[in-house]
Design a protein around this ligand. Structure first.
Ligand SMILES: [Zn+2]
Length: 258
């Protein structure tokens, strides 16, 4: 996530939090929403970015860390995102990134978060606004962006000395990259022609190609290097690493291994 200063519609300068891959304006640091900078249904104009210091009093209080000032929302979101990711890693699945998935995860782990419990419970309650059913808790977007950043970093990091094979990786909050394939990655087959999009786990990457296990009872299938971008639509995610550096098998893989 990028933090840059932007000029708002009323001329005040706020600190904005932006998607680092697409430049989408997610929110501003103070309580004024993103609509203090962009009009509804309008695109954010990058010409509004400025190098001048923030003049909005709300943003200034947070940035100067004055006594009694609220913490920076991006810092709170990062802390929540780290806890959510650690929880998802112990379960062996990637974290849910949509609003409802986030809400369920926050509600489930709130009792075990110690001093953060009131915050997690508030986030899990969400916002009730009968006048505007689309209004959501603003921290959700920031938490989602931190999670997407961490998952992208993880997807781009593979074990050392792995032969270079690239495949498409799509960030949840926008942006497309070419990610290297490593053992433990989950890939989705391109099913545009067949309508069938099976997912498999990469078991080995060699100079000649890769081995993919589809957990269907058959041995892993071999794909030659030039076939990979054609056969696989994108990389879903990378299994979390354990402390020993070994890749933890996904739940589906471990339960079906003969
Ligand atoms: Zn502001």
């Amino acid at each position: 996530m990028d933090r840059r200063n932007v000029t708002g519609l009323n001329g005040r300068i706020h600190e904005a939090l932006l998607n680092s891959h697409t430049g989408f304006l997610i929110d501003v640091a103070c309580d004024a929403t993103r609509y203090t900078v962009v009009k509804p249904y309008a695109l954010f104009d990058p010409a509004l970015l400025t190098g001048a210091p923030a003049t909005c009093t709300g943003c200034r209080t947070i940035l100067d860390a004055a006594p009694g000032a609220p913490r920076h929302p991006a810092d709170i979101a990062r802390e929540c995102a780290d806890i959510l990711l650690a929880d998802a890693d112990t379960r062996g699945y990637p974290p849910a990134l949509d609003d409802e998935g986030l809400r369920l995860a926050l509600a489930r782990i709130a009792p075990g978060t110690g001093h953060l419990r009131p915050l997690f419970e508030r986030l899990a309650r969400g916002v009730y606004d009968p006048q505007n059913s689309y209004r959501t808790q603003p921290l959700y977007a920031l938490i989602r962006e931190h999670l997407a950043d961490t998952l992208t970093e993880r997807a781009l990091k593979i074990p050392a000395n792995t032969p270079k094979v690239l495949v498409r990786y799509l960030r949840y909050t926008g942006g497309e990259l070419q990610a290297p394939v490593g053992a433990g990655d989950r890939l989705t087959c391109d099913g545009l022609a067949s309508g069938h999009w099976p997912r498999g786990t990469v078991t080995a990457v060699e100079n000649s190609g890769i081995l993919v296990d589809f957990h269907d009872g058959y041995p892993p299938r071999r794909y030659r290097r030039h076939e990979v971008p054609r056969c696989f639509a994108f990389k879903v995610d990378r299994a979390p690493y354990t402390n020993t550096g070994a890749c933890r098998p996904t739940r589906g893989a471990s339960s079906r291994t003969p």
